[in-house]
Write a protein that binds this ligand. Structure first.
Ligand code: C2E
Ligand code: CA
Ligand code: CA
Length: 405
């Protein structure tokens, strides 16, 4: 058992205070404590409560920075105080392997926190006081670790979900494809948007497995929808890939085997990637794309026009579809430059024999304009919002959607 002094705090007493340099951590033996911090605007922000068996103020074991929060006893408490000296003595006398591992972990943790703080600083527009900034960066980091763990559990227990948004042929008004979009509702965190959980899953190495889950599930849904509607081999399913889940040997073989298991053809699967992947790992990506393309799988560039790359990559990679980013569609009717940009992309698509899909179409005017320009397909709330797998047949039932000319 760790050496340390037993101490008692009365209800309402402060155990450690924001701004003070900490030298001790406290293991709570009995009672409840509350953790909070004062923001730069003077407001008090509560973080939570802790009870017996938990530890507070542990950062004092790592660095001599001022405390980022205050801990107060909510009831009479008994705690075990561990000073940095107690901790070092323990490390000295412990098994050398345990010591080395502990020291390495602590140094890494400190580095991670420093990186999180720098990142947080560069992201925040307003620069709050340094203590608050440090606290928020640490909270962000801890939150993202927690979110990643919960996401992992959801993935392992098949508790993720997919919604599907129709991709509509502008000339006929018929749905030609479906984009699969991941959804996650956690019992504690509630509904977490993909813009939050996708980057966290990627950073924590969970997206590779998640992408495979998406492909299996999405291909199964397409097969089921087609057999219900009697539209065999007419529609495609489009699946998003990020960097980590894409750059992987054997991906093309795995995709081909999976479509086969689901009784759909490789031509009915489209993979959506961004320009970022093409720039970051051009050679590996090219090999994977060539294998996919040779197998018949379609390749779409997502958010086209928002990347920083040159257009020359369009001849280096085997690409079939361009998805025009919704930001251009959104501003198309108000800003002439956006309109001309969309027109140029559609023209580029025609010249290079690439199918163009407009994203985020929300009105009949946008849909009409795009059809007049010669854009082939569109996707957006005007036609249909993303729906759960069980509603796809209902949404496609009429087959001719808004916007048919
Ligand atoms: P994205 O691939 O560009 O997907 C289109 C996003 O636009 C979706 O947001 C969709 O719900 C939304 N959207 C569709 N039509 C409209 C419209 O008319 N107006 C507006 N304002 N929005 C529209 P969502 O589902 O929140 O997904 C956000 C992003 O998360 C996706 O952007 C994609 O980058 C990523 N994502 C979603 N599912 C997956 C996945 O399975 N794997 C990977 N790697 N990324 C995914
Ligand atoms: Ca997409
Ligand atoms: Ca997109």
């Amino acid at each position: 058992m760790m050496e340390g002094d037993k101490r008692s705090f009365r209800r309402g007493e402060i155990i450690l205070r924001q701004g003070e340099t900490g030298r001790s951590a406290y293991i709570i033996e009995t009672g409840q404590v509350e953790i909070y911090y004062e923001r730069s605007d003077g407001r008090i922000q509560t973080i939570g409560t802790r009870g017996p068996g938990t530890i507070v103020g542990e950062m004092a074991m790592i660095d001599e920075e001022p405390r980022v929060a205050t801990v107060r006893a909510l009831e009479d408490c008994r705690v075990l105080e561990i000073t940095r000296e107690d901790f070092s003595q323990h490390l000295e006398s412990t098994d050398p392997v345990v010591r080395m591992i502990t020291e390495v972990i602590l140094v890494r943790f400190r580095d991670t926190l420093t990186r999180a703080e720098i990142l947080h600083e560069s992201h925040s527009m307003t620069r709050p006081e340094s203590l608050e900034r440090r606290f928020m960066a640490r909270t962000d980091l801890l939150e993202s670790v927690k979110t990643a763990n919960r996401f992992r559990t959801a993935l392992e227990n098949d508790r993720l979900d997919l919604h599907y948004q129709p991709i509509v042929d502008l000339a006929s008004g018929k749905a030609r494809g479906l984009e699969a979009l991941m959804r996650w509702t956690d019992p504690q965190l509630g509904t977490v948007p993909p813009s939050v959980f996708i980057p966290i899953a990627e950073e924590n190495g969970l997206l590779r497995e998640a992408a495979r889950w998406v492909v299996r599930k999405a291909c199964g849904t397409l097969a089921r929808v087609e057999s219900t509607l009697g539209t065999k081999e007419e529609m495609y399913i489009s699946v998003n890939f990020s960097n980590q889940d894409f750059v992987e040997a054997g991906l093309a073989q795995w995709l081909t085997a999976t479509v086969d298991e689901c009784s759909i053809r490789p031509e009915q699967l489209v993979i959506e990637i961004t320009e970022r992947i093409l720039i970051q790992e051009p050679d590996t990506t090219r090999r994977i794309l060539q294998d996919c393309s040779a197998a018949g799988i379609g390749i779409a560039i997502d958010d086209f026009g928002t990347g920083y790359s040159s257009l020359s990559y369009l001849q280096y990679f085997p690409i079939n579809l361009l998805k025009i980013d919704q930001s251009f569609i959104r501003s198309m009717r108000a800003a002439k430059r956006s309109l001309e940009l969309v027109r140029s992309i559609v023209g580029l698509g025609k010249g290079l024999e690439l199918h163009t899909i407009a994203e985020g179409v929300e009105s009949v005017e946008e849909s009409d304009l795009l059809r007049e320009m010669g854009c082939e397909s569109a996707q957006g709330y005007y036609f249909a919002r993303p729906v759960p797998g069980s509603d796809v047949v209902g949404v496609l039932g009429g087959t001719v959607m808004n916007g048919s000319g």
